[in-house]
Design a binder for this molecule. Structure first.
Ligand SMILES: Cc1cc2nc3c(=O)[nH]c(=O)nc-3n(C[C@H](O)[C@H](O)[C@H](O)COP(=O)(O)OP(=O)(O)OC[C@H]3O[C@@H](n4cnc5c(N)ncnc54)[C@H](O)[C@@H]3O)c2cc1C
Length: 347
């Protein structure tokens, strides 16, 4: 197979932020064979490579990338049934929401709340995507990847992926080492749609007999309202979704934060006690307390409908976004002594 390597490929069109310079080399890898060949090419040229999915969790420097971007685009898939379980293996390049739509249409439970998340199947385990009360770690039974250091295929079961909140082996110890080629999901033929999350409870009020398709429609509407969709026909912002993660603090630190908030925020949806005595708190709540909603500095700002999203309003540069993020992080730290970790990947 002849690898179609392109030079000086503009990366801003490959990301939802619409920011970033050119990649020195770019390959659209439509088969597992071409992923292999791409790694070989990078090795021969003695350059680094970067694995790209839908570019929806990525901020690229205006200087671009002095290496090879491997754009995962393999879409092979297979479905098997086993009693009440349906197993679906999907190529890394499958568009995530097409996969969710397929599962919902087949009346498979457990994935409906993950409707409308941009990106690819291959990236879904990387930061253990989650939304509206569901996360992908509850669905993944296996991840197949190429170990770029040996060239071998490796298969990870769920426990080996080391999933936690927005974290996995693939964005921690194994970052840059594993190229995920396919993911196997196990879904249920029987169950109840998940409508426990407060936005969904509000949407459905006391309605019963809700179908999976109705939950999907509700999620897409809620996401559109928040500007958190990147789909044709829906309104969205140039952003990478949530820029910051929700921080987890100790119980005593939480009490201090509570004092600092001075009762400004006391509804029930801004903190979540964890299994130990730690508390996960809403980063949006802390940010809004410092800046209000929709704070903007020049061409960069917080989304007015979803505070955690940093938005490129008008051809902002990488540096402008990074400066804005630092201002948010420094101010929140000064006020609450909380470090905001970034959810977005920087290249
Ligand atoms: C409007 C909007 C809303 C969002 N809402 C949510 C949400 O509700 N919940 C949520 O969790 N996330 C959300 N996100 C973030 C994003 O959609 C997810 O993180 C998604 O999984 C990224 O997929 P991607 O294919 O675009 O990955 P990319 O942005 O291309 O890559 C992200 C990271 O994964 C790595 N990667 C990608 N593919 C592979 C692969 N095959 N093998 C190894 N590494 C790989 C990349 O190297 C990079 O480090 C949102 C983003 C946007 C823009």
């Amino acid at each position: 197979m002849l690898l179609n390597v392109q030079r000086n490929y503009p990366m801003c069109e490959l990301t939802t932020f619409k920011i970033g310079g050119a990649a020195r080399f770019y390959v659209k890898a439509e088969s597992i064979g071409s992923v292999y060949e791409s790694v070989e090419f990078a090795n021969q040229q003695s350059i680094p490579f970067y694995v790209l999915g839908g570019g929806s969790n990525l901020l690229v420097s205006d200087k671009g990338y002095d290496g090879l971007v491997i754009h995962m685009s393999n879409t092979e898939s297979e479905t098997t049934k086993d009693g009440e379980c349906v197993h679906k293996s999907c190529g890394a390049g499958v568009v995530w929401d097409s996969f969710v739509n397929e599962c919902v249409s087949e009346n498979l439970f457990g994935i409906e709340c993950l409707s409308g998340i941009p990106g690819t199947v291959g990236a879904s385990p990387v930061q253990n995507i989650g939304a509206y009360g569901q996360s992908v770690d509850n669905l993944i039974s296996a991840v197949t990847a190429i170990d770029a250091t040996t060239g071998d295929f490796v298969k990870f079961n769920n426990a080996e992926c080391k999933f936690s909140y927005r974290k996995s082996l693939f964005n921690s110890d194994g970052f840059g080492k594993y190229i995920i080629t396919s993911v196997r999901f196990t879904l249920k033929l029987v169950g109840k749609p998940n409508v426990k999350y407060h936005d969904l409870e509000k949407y459905f009020l006391k309605e019963t007999d809700i179908t999976l398709q109705e939950v999907r429609t509700a999620i897409l509407k809620i996401r559109e309202y928040k500007g958190m969709l990147q789909m044709e026909g829906y309104r969205g912002f140039k952003c990478a979704g949530s820029f910051f993660k929700n921080p987890v603090v100790s119980a005593s630190h939480f009490d201090e934060i509570l004092d600092g908030l001075n009762g400004a925020k006391s509804d029930r949806n801004w903190y979540w006690p964890q299994v130990d005595s730690d508390v996960k708190i809403s980063a949006a709540c802390l940010i809004e307390n410092c800046f209000g909603k929709g704070y903007r500095a020049g061409r960069v700002g917080l989304s007015p409908n979803h505070t955690l999203a940093v938005v490129n309003y008008d051809n902002a540069t990488f540096t402008e976004v990074m400066d804005f993020a630092k201002l948010i992080e420094d101010t929140v730290y000064e006020r609450f002594k909380v470090t905001l970790d970034r959810e977005v990947q920087i290249l």
